[in-house]
Design a protein around this ligand. Structure first.
Ligand SMILES: C[S@@+](CC[C@H](N)C(=O)[O-])C[C@H]1O[C@@H](n2cnc3c(N)ncnc32)[C@H](O)[C@@H]1O
Length: 200
């Protein structure tokens, strides 16, 4: 248990995220919730405990399968509706289509912008008119940071990998819009993050 990879940020933000997505999940009798970039799967594990009638499917890129597998083997003992691991990596393979909910946290600022555009296309292709997409993370608005800490975080990301970086909210929304996916809500979350909610 002590060796289990764990994100303190996930521990802090999983509750506030669950609060926002609860009205959407409550109105669903069943269905599947597909998470992209699950890594430690703390988000899906937390949500799955609250919604036993929904299957929460976790996924990761090829290089991070081991971390996800290790975490799943811990959580799945007590949470039977926590599923996976599946492999999804933008630019490498297809995303499973027709899920009721898609969710991703803190992935768009990690993957290169080219992969992010592929990810948006994949999500738009996978979604149908009954799907809801939740994207959690920090964003810039018209090129402006929402806080000094986000500006510092962006500097740190770019120093680590020049292709990473906090994305512009407008670029994300416009790329989705081109594919027929519309922003429904943009909710300010603690610690200068946002929860963007899209439908087709
Ligand atoms: C900062 S971690 C976030 C993990 C977790 N969702 C969280 O909030 O703690 C970034 C995640 O993006 C994933 N990622 C990076 N490139 C990706 C790609 N091309 N396609 C899908 N996921 C990718 C990584 O594998 C990693 O799990």
């Amino acid at each position: 248990m002590n060796d289990l990879p764990n994100s303190e940020a996930c521990e802090r933000n999983k509750g506030p995220i669950l609060e926002v997505i609860t009205p959407y999940l409550s109105s669903s009798d069943n269905g599947e919730f597909f998470e992209i970039g699950s890594l430690t799967c703390q988000h899906s594990a937390h949500f799955a405990k609250a919604f036993a009638q929904i299957d929460f499917i976790t996924s990761e890129i090829r290089d991070n399968q081991n971390v996800l597998k290790m975490c799943l083997s811990h959580y799945q003992k007590k949470i039977p509706n926590l599923k996976g691991p599946l492999v999804y990596e933008a630019g490498f393979n297809k995303l499973e289509a027709g899920k009721k909910f898609y969710f991703t946290a803190n992935t768009l600022h990690i993957m290169p912008w080219k992969a992010a555009k592929t990810f948006i296309k994949d999500l738009a292709t996978a979604m149908d008119e009954n799907s809801t997409l939740f994207i959690y993370g920090p964003f810039k608005y018209h090129g402006n940071y929402t806080s000094t800490s986000n500006e510092q975080f962006d500097g740190f990301l770019k120093e680590r990998d020049a292709q990473s970086g906090i994305r512009n909210f407008e670029d994300i929304c416009n790329n989705f819009l081109k594919k027929g996916v519309f922003l429904k809500e943009d909710i300010a979350m603690p610690a200068n993050n946002q929860l963007l909610i899209f439908t087709k």
